[in-house]
Ligand binder design. Sequence first.
Ligand SMILES: [Zn+2]
Length: 412
Amino acid sequence: MENGKSYRAMDLKELNRSSVLQLLRKNTYSRADISSILGLSKPAVSSLVDELIQENLIMEIGFGMSTESGGKRPIMLKLNDHAGIIVALDINERWFSIALTSLSIEEIVSYRQEITINKDYRMTFEEIVEHIRRIIAEAQDMGYHQPVLACGVSLKGLVNTKEGTLQYSSSIPVWTDIPVRDYLSESLGIPVFIENNARAITIAELMSPKSSPSEDSVLVCVNINLGIGTGVAIRNEIYRGAFDGAVTFAHTVMKDDGPLCRCGNQGCWETLASDTAFLQQLHKHNGNYASLDLPGALAKYHEGDLIVRETLLNYTGYWIGAGIANILNVLNPDHLIILGELTEAGKDLKEKIEEVAKSRALPVSRKVRISFSNMKGNISLKGAATIVLHHFFNKSYHRKIWKRAIPSELTM
Ligand SMILES: [Zn+2]
């Protein structure tokens, strides 16, 4: 390209290309629909659509309804969910999980194993890489020959997404400043994107086909698990803070004489409101509950066990709600989503959390919509896959990922 003008024209084309892809990710549309929604000329849409069909990224799926004026029935288009394969990797202090997914984050194959944390991170990651290679080979044997696009990694702790490093994790304190992205990218030969676990989940909620956040939306995701992860998106962008350390509500102190936290303080939110805290509290009530894990405790809750019910609603539910009240006062979000296995307890827990949070928050923050997530299964792994999707539909990364993955005669 010889001049700035052609660069700008290229940029615009890339932007339109990702807009068309994003649109067809959420729904089916005709060429005329795309042209009117995006405000692009019909010939421009036609040429983009031809290019995307040629590359096998979108497909025609039959005829839609004719228009009111009785015109010809339009051909409908949708994203080809199976144009490529995403590798998702989730790592925590207990295990690592790997999944291969389609572009609609549907799992093709997955694997989970207990993790051995070596001080030399390479020893741990070498093993993980072997399993990823094995799973890709397995999928190929099953008939999945689509290009492997990229790998998304979800990690607990402080993640520097620009540098691709895990800076520090209180869950895995022997790893500091480790170059996760570069190590995996060199070993696997594909682009790798890494993100903090709670932020990855927040991106997954933002990109959910059902989500339609407004321009001014402030979304908070609270992931209750062994600890508590929190992610914030302001106007559809993840809020990272000045040093990539935002946001960590888990370690706000809620009770001066509360349980000792792994961060060294006492009474942090996660020592009162996490799954771990719930199980510890149950154990305190009754020694017979010492061997219960979370699925076991939830099963007892659904059977109507009164001690489990009392603990879940009036201890865990109370503390989750009290912590959320602080978040509401600080961030004044319009939507707050709670995630994690604990949400399987259902309506009564949600109502208790909402009642405590709203009664303690200032009136201006009570308009918030509090909901339990619709995401089920391994949500951290889904978050990891969505990081790839997020970059794939972003104009700055789309070509880098796609051009590498498909035969060059197909890309223009
Ligand atoms: Zn703490």
